[in-house]
Write a protein that binds this ligand. Structure first.
Ligand code: FMN
Length: 209
């Protein structure tokens, strides 16, 4: 399936077929794509948390106004961003880069200073905002990867963040929820599958200066 066809086919799935779970391999492939997604400075300041505990899913469903994706999807992910991005974050990345690229750490120190200088200019709230941008890029890529694989997906921001953070105890882990994400196969009676797409025209969306 071409990506254009895949995007004509996909839609924000509202109700999943609970009798058709995804295989471990399918999920692994999608998560590998998330792992390979680009991010600013390569820092990937986010986590994708798979929730399997039925009691937690029930609580999350309530925090998301009972949206049926949560209780019917094969997989539910919580996309969370780091709230304590600091010099240690950059140090951990540089340490790893030196090992992976088999280079002397000293060769990467100018880069470390550059990234630290950029990030130190941001307030804590701006850092979280920056982290959310990175997470949303990975989410966009996940939407594409799922569509290309013929897997249905639903990004969701319709939830109470403080409730979700509490359910998963995210604050204690220096994380904050940014998005919910469901994966699976659409239910045959999900009426949203048949609703025509509403999009800006090319003229509205694309301009040239
Ligand atoms: C970041 C983001 C958050 C969204 N949150 C929700 C949500 O909480 N509940 C929902 O039903 N749809 C949600 N959507 C789906 C959008 O409403 C949907 O993508 C848009 O209307 C276009 O329709 P389509 O994706 O079916 O083509 C969200 C989409 C995005 C990208």
């Amino acid at each position: 399936m071409s990506l254009v066809n895949a995007f004509e086919w996909r839609y924000a799935t509202k109700k999943y077929d609970t009798s058709r779970p995804l295989s471990e391999e399918q999920v692994e492939d999608l998560l590998r794509v998330v792992q390979l997604a680009p991010s600013s400075y390569g820092l990937q300041p986010y986590q994708f948390i798979t929730v399997t505990d039925p009691a937690k899913l029930e609580q999350i469903s309530r925090a998301a106004s009972g949206q049926p994706q949560i209780t019917t999807a094969s997989r539910v992910l919580v996309v969370a961003v780091e709230t304590n991005i600091n010099e240690d974050t950059v140090k951990a990345y540089i340490d790893k880069a030196a090992i992976v690229r088999e280079t002397d750490r000293q060769n990467l120190e100018a880069r470390e200073q550059f990234v630290n200088a950029k990030l130190s200019g941001l307030s804590p709230a701006q850092k979280v905002e920056w982290a959310e941008k990175q997470a949303f890029l990975a989410v966009g890529i996940l939407v594409s990867a799922a569509a290309e694989a013929g897997i249905d997906a639903s990004p969701m921001e319709g939830f109470d963040r403080s409730q979700l953070d509490q359910i998963l105890d995210l604050r204690a882990k220096n994380l904050q929820s940014a998005l919910l994400f469901a994966l699976g196969y659409r239910s045959a009676d999900d009426e949203f599958a048949r609703i025509p797409k509403v999009r800006k025209t090319k003229e509205e969306l694309f301009t040239t200066v």
